[in-house]
Design a protein around this ligand. Structure first.
Ligand SMILES: CC(C)(COP(=O)(O)OP(=O)(O)OC[C@H]1O[C@@H](n2cnc3c(N)ncnc32)[C@H](O)[C@@H]1OP(=O)(O)O)[C@@H](O)C(=O)NCCC(=O)NCCS
Length: 177
């Protein structure tokens, strides 16, 4: 018997976190094609085209829900404004990553999405801890993590940023349920 697990939907005050679909591809490609976003992540390419957005949506559709969950961040009035994902890597707890489209920076959306994702991860995904890392030259993300209850572990790790084509120092953060 094949049991299809419904995709989780997380609602916060202004946002809904849901699975990305084919209809989101053009908007994702437009917003994600921003060096100021890609340079602050490990894996996002730059430039970021339609094929990258298609690839992203496909990968999310086939990800193992026990090991990874990726959500589109949709605002009640503005539509999709970003992405947040949680995935198992080499660390003992899943890693969280996110981005918000530049027109929507500074409105608390990343913090609100991250708070929704941590609450979901503890209650529905039954995780007791989450990890995150932000580049040392990205204090805005450090602030988002702090506001959502993450603490600095004291560890700084080198991470290779695809869009930079170079390594950068990553401050490791942890959240405990
Ligand atoms: C980092 C990012 C997610 C923030 O999204 P956002 O929706 O603007 O975040 P919020 O509005 O919830 O919070 C931003 C906080 O950072 C602060 N901030 C912004 N720029 C800052 C800077 N240069 N130095 C310190 N704090 C800064 C803001 O003042 C705000 O804190 P406050 O509420 O205490 O005033 C967004 O800029 C982004 O997507 N950047 C590119 C991708 C990225 O960095 N992803 C995270 C990788 S770890």
């Amino acid at each position: 018997m094949c049991v299809i697990e419904p995709s989780p939907v997380v609602e916060t005050r202004r946002l809904v976190l849901r699975s990305p679909g084919a209809q989101d591809i053009p908007r994702l490609a437009t917003f994600a094609n921003d060096p100021a976003i890609a340079r602050m992540t490990l894996r996002m390419p730059h430039p970021y085209g339609i094929e990258d957005a298609e690839d992203f949506v496909l990968k999310v559709a086939v990800q193992d829900p026990a090991r990874a969950r990726t959500f589109l961040i949709e605002h009640e009035d503005h539509g999709p404004v970003g992405v947040i994902g949680l995935f198992e890597d080499a660390d003992p707890a899943p890693e969280v990553g996110y981005w918000i489209a530049r027109p929507f920076w500074g409105r608390g959306f990343a913090t609100e999405a991250l708070q929704g994702a941590t609450a979901w991860a503890s209650k529905a995904w039954k995780r007791r801890a989450l990890m995150a890392g932000h580049f040392s030259d990205n204090p805005a993300s450090g602030r988002v993590l702090e506001k959502a209850g993450f603490l600095y572990t004291g560890e700084v790790r080198k991470g290779f940023s695809r869009a930079r084509g170079a390594e950068a120092e990553t401050r490791r953060m942890v959240w405990l349920a």
